[in-house]
Design a protein. Structure first.
Length: 91
């Protein structure tokens, strides 16, 4: 919650500046609440009209559990780590 406003602004700025395909590196995120989920969903919705995408990389087990509990794992493609996401998306 403490970081969600800043993260939302950064994502919106990147999308507005032309970044339509984003990898959210969650490797250092040990906790996420509903405000963090809302930021990700909002960014996802902003990329859809421009044929963009957002994928997630390296969520901690607690964050992964939250994504599954809220069924957001069905919305976002999730990779084990950033390298795996980069490799797959480059292919």
């Amino acid at each position: 919650m403490a970081n969600s406003s800043e993260v939302r602004k950064q994502l919106e700025n990147r999308i507005k500046s032309g970044a339509h395909h984003l990898i959210l590196n969650l490797e250092d995120v040990l906790f996420m609440d509903s405000s963090g989920l809302a930021v990700m969903v909002s960014a996802y919705k902003k990329t859809q009209p421009i044929s963009g995408s957002i994928v997630l990389a390296g969520p901690a087990p607690s964050v992964r559990a939250l994504l599954e509990l809220t069924r957001l794992h069905e919305m976002f493609e999730i990779y084990a780590d950033l390298d795996a996401a980069l490799r797959d998306l480059a292919a």
